[in-house]
Design a protein. Structure first.
Length: 314
């Protein structure tokens, strides 16, 4: 709700950051659950099980709220993001993390926000404001530090590197494709049908999933269901909500907080004590997110209803 002066009220100002924070925390928790579920489920089966669980929850909520089909203008973005982000990304990331150590995977996948900023600035006309570029640089440096601190003696296979880069590219392309869809449909619609598209893409893994369900321990299956309900159904919806209220580049930079939270969660839940270098890298990731979310002079002036002073970088 806006005030009479045109200045956004407290809810309008904090809604997107709050939704983005929910997404980041849940996506960070996914890494812990994937580690457990991945011991019993292969990459494709894990992706399909996760998407089916997420689609079931989203479908139920959509039915209760009677949201109906998205408008025609939203479908190109829904289909593209569903295939690339919900489908391809989840499979190749699960696979890539089996081929390279965790630090290398985190470093390679965190190229994604850089690609989002570049694609959003060029394809969506969002521009490349100085705070965003500075924040991305700081956060990427933090991701590099975290990656170096967690890289053990295990080597990175060429296949693993390619898969992680493919995951980063499909993630970035999916986010940029999703942004225009949110101009025509709500966050719940875009997420629900994007998840359904991803599940359809992963249907070839149905036989493998059914076979592994019979032998997987209960804990692994519960972790797969958790991945579908929270990091997928809830987190992707809060992500879409936040993305509809800010730029793709700024939202992409927000996800740099994920590696820092993963370090802390692994410490608390798995007993993996982080190295001091990992903590320093995590702090850099969070600092970069804070910098990236600052508004430049033009954006700040518009938000306050003032005449903006042009800035060449805005």
């Amino acid at each position: 709700m806006n005030t009479s002066s045109g200045t956004p009220g407290p809810w309008a100002r904090w809604a997107a950051p709050a939704a983005a924070s929910v997404t980041v925390v849940l996506w960070a928790s996914a890494f812990v659950s994937i580690r457990s579920a991945g011991e019993a489920y292969s990459p494709g089966a894990l992706a399909l099980g996760r998407l089916l669980a997420g689609a079931a929850v989203l479908g139920a909520v959509a039915a209760v709220r009677r949201i109906g089909l998205p408008p025609r203008g939203a479908w190109p973005g829904i289909l593209l993001s569903g295939v690339l982000w919900f489908g391809v990304y989840m499979v190749v990331l699960n696979w890539g993390e089996r081929e390279v150590d965790a630090g290398t995977a985190a470093l390679l996948v965190n190229i994604g926000p850089l690609l989002i900023a570049l694609l959003g600035g060029t394809l969506l006309g969002e521009g490349l404001p100085r705070p965003l570029l500075a924040g991305v640089a700081v956060s990427f440096a933090g991701a590099v530090v975290v990656g170096l601190s967690t890289s053990g003696d295990g080597g990175a296979s060429a296949l693993g590197v390619v898969l992680c880069l493919l995951a980063a590219g499909s993630y970035a392309a999916g986010v940029v494709a999703q942004k225009p869809a949110l101009r025509h449909a709500g966050a719940l619609q875009v997420t629900t049908y994007g998840c359904l598209v991803g599940a359809v893409v992963c249907l070839p893994f149905t036989g493998t999933l059914l076979t592994e369900l019979r032998t997987a321990p209960l804990g692994a299956t519960l972790n797969m269901v958790y991945l579908g309900v929270f990091p997928t159904a809830l987190a992707f919806t809060t992500w879409a909500f936040a993305l509809s209220r800010t730029t793709a580049g700024r939202m992409g930079a927000t996800t740099y907080a994920v590696p820092a939270l993963v370090v802390l969660m692994s410490w608390a839940l798995l007993g993996e004590v982080p190295a001091p270098l990992a903590l320093a890298g995590g702090a850099l990731c969070l600092a970069g997110v804070a910098v990236s979310r600052r508004r430049g002079p033009v954006a700040a002036a518009r938000a306050e209803g003032r005449t903006p002073v042009p800035d060449a970088a805005e």
